[in-house]
Ligand binder design. Structure first.
Ligand code: PMP
Ligand code: GLU
Length: 397
């Protein structure tokens, strides 16, 4: 028995990754499982981005890069922030990292002291609370409901702020709910932040491009908010570059410098080849990758139409990302095929083991009455997954 640190023992495995692993284990046994677990586009990296990576290999971009990323990558990120989001960052305010996950970890570790409070609206993305715990901060949750479209309000935010609050951490479009905020909702959140000068916002905008109606508005572009916001984005979702591991943030200078210092001790810089490829991707017009968004929009409709036909799946049509997050409390405390279903975790295990469809339980996201279904999969797989879910649930109504 090897003795591990309390820091690691107290940390939970990422449940999105855990369910994806369980799904793969069943598949390895020869079972035909459909995995709708991981939030990962099923598309491959577009050719114009791949060719930039191939050129980078051939041109020997093989050495350590500056910690925060090549200066021309940081310039490309600034130009993107300006062009798409109206954000005025200079290259020394940008830190590129090994995925947006590392950007978020850097930002939290740069801002949060032990005992500081981080406001996390629920449902939240799995890793937020693990990262806050790691920084020895305290997550303070704002509950939201399916009926309200899983959005928190300015009033709820105001009521959650204390003298210890350091950060509001949220994503929009939201993983897992797909919720997006209108400009006026964002304005009212900003009005609360304006009143509390010690509070920063980590605005996780990684699903910016996967938005089906309305235009994305960056939190930092609201009046007075640039100096109060850490804007996180990355290549994983909009450009289908999950495995290339490149995310980035824009932040007030001292915060960016702190992230640079942290990263310099932990990982040095992100991968050099992915950085060169990201420059090509970010310089392109976002319309180059719209074909993926169009496909996600079609699948959203397919899945929403089919799921709302099953009794007890309550949700509104999400405005972005590639997840549906129905409230399934109707299906709890029932016996399905001889199994007692007490929690959304039990329901996910039932659907995995009986229907052979991998989903993630809402518990992972702080919403124990829901389940998350990623529809970043082919229409054939989505239809088959729905057939299987219906077959596993409907007989027990
Ligand atoms: N934020 C959110 C909301 C996410 O869903 C993810 C990954 N799915 C990330 C951050 C991290 O993305 P990556 O590290 O792949 O850039
Ligand atoms: N973030 C994606 C998800 O929510 C990928 C897995 C992870 O990084 O947790 O499924």
């Amino acid at each position: 028995m090897h003795q591990l640190s309390n820091r690691v023992l107290n940390m939970e495995e990422s449940q999105t990754i855990g369910m994806a692993r369980k799904t793969r284990e069943l598949a390895a046994k020869g079972i035909n499982v459909i995995g709708l677990t991981l939030g990962e586009p099923d598309f491959n990296v577009p050719d114009f981005i791949k060719s930039a990576a191939i050129e980078a290999v051939e041109k020997d971009f093989s050495h350590y890069t500056p910690i925060a990323g090549y200066s021309d990558l940081r310039e490309a990120i600034c130009a993107k922030f300006k062009r798409d989001n109206g954000l005025d960052y200079s290259p020394n305010q940008i830190v590129a990292s090994t995925g947006a996950k590392q950007s978020i970890a850097n930002a939290v570790l740069a801002l949060v002291n032990p005992g500081d409070e981080v406001i996390v609206p629920t449902p939240y993305w799995v890793s937020y609370t693990a990262i806050v715990d790691f920084a020895e901060g305290k997550s303070v949750f704002i509950p939201t409901t399916a009926e309200e479209g899983y959005k928190f309000t300015a009033e709820q935010l105001e009521a959650s702020i204390t003298a210890k609050t350091r950060v509001l951490l949220f994503s929009y479009p939201c993983n897992p709910s797909g919720a997006v905020y209108s400009d006026s909702e964002l304005e009212s959140i900003a009005a609360v932040i304006r009143k509390h000068p010690n509070v920063y916002v980590i605005s996780d905008e990684i699903y910016e491009l996967i938005r089906f109606d309305g235009k994305h508005r960056s939190f930092g572009s609201l009046p007075d908010m640039l100096d109060r916001t850490i804007t996180v984005n990355g290549m994983s979702k909009g450009f289908a570059m999950t495995g290339w591991r490149l995310g980035y943030l824009g932040a007030p200078l001292e915060i960016a410098q702190a992230c640079d210092k942290l990263q310099g001790q932990f990982t040095s810089a992100p991968n050099s080849i992915a950085q060169r490829a990201a420059i090509r991707a970010l310089e392109a017009d976002p319309s180059e990758v719209k074909y993926m968004v169009d496909a996600f929009e079609k699948r959203r409709k397919l899945m929403f139409d089919r799921l709302t036909k099953i009794p007890g799946f309550k949700m509104s049509l999400p405005g972005g990302a590639f997840y549906l997050f129905p409230n399934i409390s109707f299906w709890l405390n029932r016996t399905l095929g001889g199994r007692e279903i007490k929690s959304s975790n039990d329901l996910c295990m039932y659907l995995l083991e009986v229907a052979h469809v991998g989903l993630v339980s809402g518990e992972a996201f702080g919403s124990p009455d829901s389940i998350r279904i990623s529809y970043a999969a082919s229409e054939t797989d989505l239809n088959e997954a729905m057939n299987r879910i219906e077959k596993a649930l409907l007989p027990w109504l």
